[in-house]
Design a protein around this ligand. Sequence first.
Ligand SMILES: [Zn+2]
Length: 299
Amino acid sequence: MPELPEVEALASFLTQRLVGRVVGPVHQVAVNVLKTYDPPLTALRGRTVRAVGRRGKFLVITTDGADGPLCLVVHLARAGWLRWQVKLPAEPPHPGRGPLALRVQLEPAADDPGAPGPSGFDLTEAGTQKRLAVYCVREADEVPGIARLGPDPLDEAFTLEALTALLAGERRQLKGVLRDQSVLAGIGNAYSDEVLHAARLSPFKLAAKLTGPEVATLHAAIGSTLREAVERSRGLAAGELKAEKKTGLRVHGRAGQPCPVCGDTIREVSFADSALQYCPTCQTGGKPLADRRLSRLLK
Ligand SMILES: [Zn+2]
Protein backbone atom coordinates (compact mmCIF):
# COMPACT_ATOMS: atom_id res chain seq x y z
CA MET A 1 0.00 0.00 0.00
CA PRO A 2 1.37 3.41 -0.87
CA GLU A 3 1.83 5.51 2.28
CA LEU A 4 2.83 9.13 2.87
CA PRO A 5 6.28 9.00 1.18
CA GLU A 6 5.03 7.23 -1.96
CA VAL A 7 1.96 9.45 -2.34
CA GLU A 8 4.15 12.52 -1.76
CA ALA A 9 6.50 11.33 -4.54
CA LEU A 10 3.55 10.57 -6.83
CA ALA A 11 2.20 14.08 -6.21
CA SER A 12 5.49 15.70 -7.17
CA PHE A 13 5.86 13.39 -10.19
CA LEU A 14 2.37 14.40 -11.36
CA THR A 15 2.93 18.07 -10.57
CA GLN A 16 5.61 18.14 -13.26
CA ARG A 17 3.41 16.39 -15.81
CA LEU A 18 -0.09 17.67 -15.11
CA VAL A 19 0.06 21.29 -13.95
CA GLY A 20 -1.05 23.63 -16.74
CA ARG A 21 -2.42 20.76 -18.84
CA VAL A 22 -6.04 20.51 -19.95
CA VAL A 23 -8.01 17.41 -18.94
CA GLY A 24 -9.42 15.38 -21.81
CA PRO A 25 -11.83 12.44 -21.61
CA VAL A 26 -11.99 10.61 -18.27
CA HIS A 27 -12.98 6.95 -18.58
CA GLN A 28 -14.40 5.11 -15.62
CA VAL A 29 -13.72 1.42 -16.18
CA ALA A 30 -14.38 -0.23 -12.79
CA VAL A 31 -18.01 0.15 -11.77
CA ASN A 32 -17.49 0.90 -8.07
CA VAL A 33 -14.35 3.02 -8.16
CA LEU A 34 -16.17 6.38 -8.13
CA LYS A 35 -17.57 7.23 -4.69
CA THR A 36 -19.33 10.49 -5.62
CA TYR A 37 -21.95 11.21 -8.29
CA ASP A 38 -22.27 14.99 -8.38
CA PRO A 39 -20.40 16.64 -10.05
CA PRO A 40 -19.87 13.84 -12.58
CA LEU A 41 -16.40 12.89 -13.89
CA THR A 42 -17.33 14.40 -17.26
CA ALA A 43 -17.25 17.82 -15.55
CA LEU A 44 -13.44 17.54 -15.41
CA ARG A 45 -13.05 17.65 -19.19
CA GLY A 46 -11.71 20.93 -20.56
CA ARG A 47 -10.48 22.14 -17.17
CA THR A 48 -6.85 23.08 -16.44
CA VAL A 49 -4.86 21.32 -13.74
CA ARG A 50 -3.71 23.88 -11.17
CA ALA A 51 -1.99 21.70 -8.58
CA VAL A 52 -1.34 18.14 -7.46
CA GLY A 53 -0.98 17.57 -3.74
CA ARG A 54 -1.27 15.06 -0.93
CA ARG A 55 -3.57 14.86 2.10
CA GLY A 56 -2.57 11.88 4.26
CA LYS A 57 -2.53 8.99 1.80
CA PHE A 58 -4.93 10.76 -0.58
CA LEU A 59 -3.75 12.24 -3.86
CA VAL A 60 -5.54 15.49 -4.74
CA ILE A 61 -5.56 16.83 -8.32
CA THR A 62 -7.07 20.33 -8.37
CA THR A 63 -8.42 21.76 -11.62
CA ASP A 64 -9.68 25.23 -12.47
CA GLY A 65 -12.65 26.09 -14.62
CA ALA A 66 -15.08 28.95 -15.19
CA ASP A 67 -17.21 27.76 -12.24
CA GLY A 68 -14.34 27.48 -9.73
CA PRO A 69 -12.12 24.60 -8.66
CA LEU A 70 -12.92 20.93 -9.02
CA CYS A 71 -10.79 18.16 -7.46
CA LEU A 72 -10.15 14.60 -8.50
CA VAL A 73 -9.21 12.82 -5.27
CA VAL A 74 -7.66 9.34 -5.31
CA HIS A 75 -7.08 6.84 -2.51
CA LEU A 76 -4.98 3.98 -3.86
CA ALA A 77 -5.81 1.62 -0.95
CA ARG A 78 -3.88 -1.61 -0.60
CA ALA A 79 -3.46 -2.77 -4.18
CA GLY A 80 -4.09 0.36 -6.23
CA TRP A 81 -1.49 2.09 -8.34
CA LEU A 82 -1.05 4.91 -10.82
CA ARG A 83 0.63 4.40 -14.18
CA TRP A 84 1.73 7.33 -16.26
CA GLN A 85 1.11 6.74 -19.95
CA VAL A 86 3.16 8.65 -22.53
CA LYS A 87 0.86 7.44 -25.26
CA LEU A 88 -2.61 6.17 -24.54
CA PRO A 89 -4.34 3.89 -27.03
CA ALA A 90 -6.74 5.65 -29.41
CA GLU A 91 -9.60 3.33 -28.43
CA PRO A 92 -11.39 4.07 -25.14
CA PRO A 93 -10.94 1.22 -22.63
CA HIS A 94 -13.63 -1.44 -22.30
CA PRO A 95 -15.11 -2.23 -18.92
CA GLY A 96 -13.83 -5.62 -17.87
CA ARG A 97 -12.20 -7.67 -15.19
CA GLY A 98 -8.66 -6.39 -15.71
CA PRO A 99 -6.82 -4.16 -13.26
CA LEU A 100 -7.68 -0.90 -15.06
CA ALA A 101 -10.14 1.13 -12.95
CA LEU A 102 -9.97 4.67 -14.34
CA ARG A 103 -8.19 6.40 -17.21
CA VAL A 104 -7.54 10.15 -17.35
CA GLN A 105 -6.51 11.42 -20.77
CA LEU A 106 -5.03 14.87 -21.35
CA GLU A 107 -5.66 17.16 -24.28
CA PRO A 108 -2.53 17.50 -26.43
CA ALA A 109 -0.13 20.12 -25.03
CA ALA A 110 -0.05 23.22 -27.23
CA ASP A 111 3.70 23.61 -26.73
CA ASP A 112 4.51 20.00 -27.60
CA PRO A 113 3.13 19.29 -31.09
CA GLY A 114 5.57 16.40 -31.56
CA ALA A 115 4.15 14.37 -28.64
CA PRO A 116 3.70 10.67 -29.52
CA GLY A 117 0.00 10.68 -28.70
CA PRO A 118 -2.48 11.63 -26.02
CA SER A 119 -0.77 11.18 -22.67
CA GLY A 120 -2.43 10.69 -19.29
CA PHE A 121 -2.59 8.19 -16.47
CA ASP A 122 -4.29 4.96 -15.53
CA LEU A 123 -5.43 3.99 -12.06
CA THR A 124 -5.14 0.25 -11.65
CA GLU A 125 -5.95 -2.18 -8.89
CA ALA A 126 -4.64 -5.72 -8.61
CA GLY A 127 -6.50 -8.56 -6.91
CA THR A 128 -10.15 -9.17 -6.21
CA GLN A 129 -10.65 -6.88 -3.21
CA LYS A 130 -11.59 -3.60 -4.87
CA ARG A 131 -10.85 -0.75 -2.47
CA LEU A 132 -9.39 1.89 -4.80
CA ALA A 133 -11.52 5.01 -4.37
CA VAL A 134 -11.95 8.08 -6.56
CA TYR A 135 -13.92 11.21 -5.67
CA CYS A 136 -14.90 14.18 -7.83
CA VAL A 137 -15.52 17.09 -5.44
CA ARG A 138 -15.43 20.89 -5.24
CA GLU A 139 -13.12 20.77 -2.21
CA ALA A 140 -10.92 17.96 -0.93
CA ASP A 141 -12.46 18.28 2.56
CA GLU A 142 -15.76 16.98 1.18
CA VAL A 143 -14.15 13.52 1.12
CA PRO A 144 -15.03 11.98 4.52
CA GLY A 145 -11.63 10.26 4.86
CA ILE A 146 -9.89 13.62 4.37
CA ALA A 147 -12.16 15.53 6.75
CA ARG A 148 -11.27 12.99 9.46
CA LEU A 149 -7.47 13.21 9.01
CA GLY A 150 -5.28 14.07 11.95
CA PRO A 151 -2.22 16.34 11.58
CA ASP A 152 0.32 15.64 8.86
CA PRO A 153 3.59 14.42 10.39
CA LEU A 154 5.62 16.44 7.85
CA ASP A 155 3.78 19.64 8.72
CA GLU A 156 5.65 22.25 10.78
CA ALA A 157 2.75 22.27 13.22
CA PHE A 158 3.50 18.65 14.13
CA THR A 159 5.77 19.51 17.06
CA LEU A 160 6.79 17.40 20.03
CA GLU A 161 4.10 19.21 22.05
CA ALA A 162 1.51 18.27 19.42
CA LEU A 163 2.48 14.58 19.61
CA THR A 164 2.49 14.67 23.41
CA ALA A 165 -1.06 16.02 23.33
CA LEU A 166 -2.17 13.38 20.83
CA LEU A 167 -0.84 10.54 22.99
CA ALA A 168 -2.08 11.82 26.34
CA GLY A 169 -4.88 9.55 27.57
CA GLU A 170 -4.50 7.33 24.48
CA ARG A 171 -5.19 3.81 25.75
CA ARG A 172 -4.37 1.89 22.60
CA GLN A 173 -1.09 0.24 21.64
CA LEU A 174 1.42 2.28 19.67
CA LYS A 175 1.11 0.20 16.48
CA GLY A 176 -2.62 0.89 16.22
CA VAL A 177 -2.31 4.54 17.19
CA LEU A 178 0.34 5.31 14.56
CA ARG A 179 -1.78 3.72 11.81
CA ASP A 180 -4.95 5.56 12.81
CA GLN A 181 -5.42 8.25 10.14
CA SER A 182 -7.49 10.40 12.49
CA VAL A 183 -4.51 10.60 14.88
CA LEU A 184 -1.75 11.08 12.29
CA ALA A 185 -2.24 11.37 8.54
CA GLY A 186 -0.32 9.18 6.13
CA ILE A 187 1.36 6.41 8.18
CA GLY A 188 0.26 2.85 7.41
CA ASN A 189 1.35 -0.67 8.23
CA ALA A 190 4.84 -0.43 6.72
CA TYR A 191 6.01 2.93 8.08
CA SER A 192 4.53 2.32 11.54
CA ASP A 193 6.82 -0.74 11.78
CA GLU A 194 9.75 1.37 10.55
CA VAL A 195 9.05 4.23 12.96
CA LEU A 196 8.75 1.92 15.98
CA HIS A 197 11.98 0.15 15.05
CA ALA A 198 13.80 3.48 14.68
CA ALA A 199 12.40 4.62 18.05
CA ARG A 200 13.26 1.24 19.69
CA LEU A 201 9.70 0.91 21.01
CA SER A 202 7.49 -2.17 21.23
CA PRO A 203 4.48 -2.06 18.89
CA PHE A 204 2.32 -3.27 21.78
CA LYS A 205 3.38 -0.60 24.26
CA LEU A 206 0.44 1.49 25.46
CA ALA A 207 0.67 4.99 24.03
CA ALA A 208 -0.28 6.78 27.26
CA LYS A 209 2.48 4.93 29.14
CA LEU A 210 5.34 6.49 27.18
CA THR A 211 7.75 8.58 29.24
CA GLY A 212 8.65 12.12 28.14
CA PRO A 213 11.98 11.01 26.61
CA GLU A 214 10.21 8.12 24.79
CA VAL A 215 7.70 10.52 23.24
CA ALA A 216 10.61 12.72 22.12
CA THR A 217 12.36 9.70 20.56
CA LEU A 218 9.13 8.67 18.83
CA HIS A 219 8.60 12.19 17.49
CA ALA A 220 12.13 12.28 16.08
CA ALA A 221 11.73 8.78 14.58
CA ILE A 222 8.46 9.71 12.83
CA GLY A 223 10.11 12.76 11.26
CA SER A 224 13.37 11.10 10.24
CA THR A 225 11.79 7.88 8.92
CA LEU A 226 9.26 9.70 6.73
CA ARG A 227 11.65 12.41 5.56
CA GLU A 228 14.30 9.87 4.58
CA ALA A 229 11.71 7.85 2.65
CA VAL A 230 10.42 10.99 0.90
CA GLU A 231 14.00 11.95 0.05
CA ARG A 232 14.72 8.51 -1.44
CA SER A 233 11.54 8.61 -3.54
CA ARG A 234 11.94 12.16 -4.78
CA GLY A 235 12.35 12.41 -8.51
CA LEU A 236 11.50 8.76 -9.11
CA ALA A 237 8.98 7.90 -11.80
CA ALA A 238 5.64 6.47 -10.69
CA GLY A 239 6.72 3.03 -11.92
CA GLU A 240 9.82 2.95 -9.73
CA LEU A 241 8.26 3.87 -6.39
CA LYS A 242 7.07 0.46 -5.28
CA ALA A 243 10.50 -1.15 -5.64
CA GLU A 244 12.12 1.80 -3.86
CA LYS A 245 9.72 1.49 -0.93
CA LYS A 246 10.60 -2.20 -0.53
CA THR A 247 14.37 -1.74 -0.62
CA GLY A 248 14.22 1.20 1.82
CA LEU A 249 12.37 -0.69 4.58
CA ARG A 250 14.50 -2.02 7.45
CA VAL A 251 12.09 -4.32 9.30
CA HIS A 252 8.72 -4.24 7.57
CA GLY A 253 8.24 -7.33 5.39
CA ARG A 254 11.64 -8.68 6.49
CA ALA A 255 10.72 -11.42 9.01
CA GLY A 256 13.53 -13.96 9.28
CA GLN A 257 16.19 -11.55 8.04
CA PRO A 258 18.83 -9.98 10.29
CA CYS A 259 18.08 -6.58 11.85
CA PRO A 260 20.29 -4.00 10.07
CA VAL A 261 21.03 -2.37 13.45
CA CYS A 262 21.85 -5.29 15.78
CA GLY A 263 21.79 -8.46 13.66
CA ASP A 264 19.04 -10.18 15.68
CA THR A 265 16.39 -12.01 13.61
CA ILE A 266 13.41 -9.88 12.71
CA ARG A 267 10.19 -11.42 14.02
CA GLU A 268 6.58 -11.21 12.96
CA VAL A 269 3.18 -11.08 14.62
CA SER A 270 0.28 -12.05 12.34
CA PHE A 271 -3.27 -10.76 12.44
CA ALA A 272 -6.34 -11.72 10.43
CA ASP A 273 -5.42 -9.64 7.39
CA SER A 274 -2.03 -8.14 8.15
CA ALA A 275 1.23 -8.71 10.00
CA LEU A 276 3.73 -6.55 11.83
CA GLN A 277 7.48 -7.04 12.00
CA TYR A 278 9.89 -5.94 14.71
CA CYS A 279 13.32 -6.64 16.16
CA PRO A 280 13.25 -8.20 19.67
CA THR A 281 16.69 -6.89 20.67
CA CYS A 282 16.01 -3.32 19.50
CA GLN A 283 12.38 -3.08 20.58
CA THR A 284 11.20 -5.55 23.20
CA GLY A 285 14.17 -6.14 25.50
CA GLY A 286 15.11 -9.29 23.57
CA LYS A 287 11.74 -10.96 24.28
CA PRO A 288 9.80 -12.25 21.26
CA LEU A 289 6.16 -11.11 21.34
CA ALA A 290 3.49 -13.79 21.35
CA ASP A 291 2.10 -14.33 17.90
CA ARG A 292 -1.54 -14.42 18.90
CA ARG A 293 -2.70 -16.25 15.83
CA LEU A 294 -0.03 -18.88 16.29
CA SER A 295 -0.64 -19.30 20.02
CA ARG A 296 -4.36 -19.66 19.40
CA LEU A 297 -3.70 -22.39 16.88
CA LEU A 298 -1.41 -24.21 19.30
CA LYS A 299 -3.95 -24.32 22.14
ZN1 LIG B 1 17.73 -4.89 16.06
